[in-house]
Design a protein around this ligand. Structure first.
Ligand code: PNW
Length: 449
């Protein structure tokens, strides 16, 4: 497998068809339909209607000339009541066939935050049982697609699932209990390890296993950096890459939980070997001792905390250009992050599984002149290349996102796509950045030969 250039999406953000062909509700259906939870009350009911327009979307990917497409599978579409839903599985099976016929490698993520609501009703990620249900789901879908999908990612950004979902509550299911959020993180870790093992039993022996983390690249006061690093990064990196939980994490959060949910043997299960680590990067963070103002972390302020034990640490605004998310544009953070991983976790191949930016795009006369996005992608692909040249074992880079889509609690107000979507009609229009990416890939390939 050579270097993979690609684009990424996620099921709830693009598919729509929320109650079609036997799909059951997920926590994001419930959350987005709860007044006040998403901007303008936006939901993923229709989204980009990718469920019906997938053929057109794959054709666009072929025109872009990407090597690989990173998408996620909706758990509640394929296992709505615990039994395999043939129509739901067939959707992904057709998508995978079309990708392969177009010469595009499918990179499938099992969990991009859309937990079946029935499993949340049974307690959700703070309950241990869910890790085993997740492994059952992995085995079931792996048996269906494993002959054709050779690259698998268990979880997308478990930090967001645990701490935005159960800590600050700005993501589904919108719960705000710090002890629960730490238990959720552990059960996501456990689910990951169990799913890797379950997949290995049913998919091709050569299949690549991975997990994707949104690692926080931290700068600032060293003790603040250490503490945020523990609960944002090493809480996952440690156990998943075989080093177990960091001792400072347990000490820092002792007043919140006694971690009794970590049982003997769990760390061995979580450490199931993976073939590469997926890294999602958008911006660095600047942290210093602070007064614990909620929302000081630059994320929307919920009632709870998205960094348990770090309530007295402030996330400072950073100098420079900002995207429509309010995120600073700083590609040096990506280079430094990749080099840190190379240093601290040697021998773990890396893949940038998401990188991109939302800007206030305007569709004028059939064109979106998104030169700031082009500049962002140029700077970040260059930063990734510098890290690779300095020794990081980088295996791929995926732009977030192929299409404008449902940006979680921001609804449709934030546009990350290289392809513009008119939500009233579903119509797709290439932004200038899509043409840039196509030309960039042609140039890169020319240099490879
Ligand atoms: C990631 N944060 O989300 C997700 O994987 C995508 O689904 C999403 O559309 C994309 O990045 C852009 O936001 C994140 O608060 C959400 O640090 C929040 C954070 C990071 C990533």
């Amino acid at each position: 497998m050579g270097f993979l250039w690609g684009t990424a999406t996620a099921a709830y953000q693009i598919e729509g068809a929320a109650s079609e062909d036997g799909r059951a509700p997920s926590i994001w259906d419930t959350f987005s339909h709860t007044p006040g939870k998403t901007l303008n009350g936006d939901t993923g009911d229709v989204a980009c209607d990718h469920y019906h327009r997938w053929r057109e979307d794959v054709a666009a990917m072929a025109e872009l000339g990407i090597d690989a497409y990173r998408f996620s599978i909706s758990w509640s579409r394929v296992l709505p009541g615990g039994e395999l839903n043939r129509k739901g599985v067939d959707f992904y099976s057709r998508l995978v066939d079309e990708l392969l016929e177009s010469g595009i490698a499918p990179v499938a993520t099992l969990y991009h935050w859309d937990l079946p609501q029935a499993l949340e009703d049974a307690g959700g990620w703070p309950e241990r049982d869910i890790a085993f249900r997740f492994a059952d789901y992995a085995a079931a879908i792996g048996a269906e697609l494993g002959d054709r999908v050779h690259t698998w990612t268990t979880l997308n950004e478990p930090w967001c699932a645990a701490f935005l979902g159960y800590g600050s509550g700005v993501h589904a299911p919108g719960r705000t209990d710090r002890a629960d959020s730490l238990a959720a993180a552990h059960h996501l870790n456990l689910g990951h390890g169990l799913a890797v093992r379950a997949l290995r039993e049913v998919v091709a022996p050569s299949a690549q296993m991975s997990v994707t983390l949104n690692l926080h690249h931290l700068r600032g006061e060293p003790e603040a950096v250490r503490r945020v690093d523990a609960v944002a990064n090493r809480i996952f990196l440690g156990p998943m890459l075989g080093g177990g939980y960091p001792a400072d994490l347990f000490a820092d959060t002792a007043a919140i939980t006694g971690w009794s949910f970590v049982r003997e043997g769990d760390e061995d299960l979580i450490a199931a070997p993976i073939d590469f680590l997926g890294v999602n990067y958008y911006q660095p963070s600047l942290v210093v001792p602070g007064d614990g103002t909620p929302g000081a972390d630059g994320h929307a302020a919920g009632e709870g905390s998205s960094f348990p034990g770090c309530e007295d640490i402030a996330f400072l605004p950073q100098e420079g250009e900002h995207t429509a998310m309010g995120w600073v544009v700083d590609a040096s953070g990506l280079e430094e992050l990749l080099l840190r991983l190379h240093r601290e976790y040697p021998g773990t191949p890396l893949m940038v599984t998401e990188n991109g930016a939302a800007f206030d795009d305007e569709l004028v006369g059939g064109r979106v002149a998104d030169e700031r996005r082009i500049a962002y992608l140029q700077e970040h692909t260059a930063a990734a290349a510098r890290a690779a040249a300095a020794g990081a074992d980088l295996r791929g880079y995926f732009v977030w996102s192929l299409l404008d889509n449902f940006e979680w609690s921001y609804g449709y107000s934030r546009r990350f796509g290289v392809i513009h979507v008119d939500y009233a009609t579903g119509r797709r229009t290439w932004k200038d950045s899509a043409a840039w990416y196509r030309d960039f890939l042609r140039t890169v390939r020319g240099q490879d030969q």
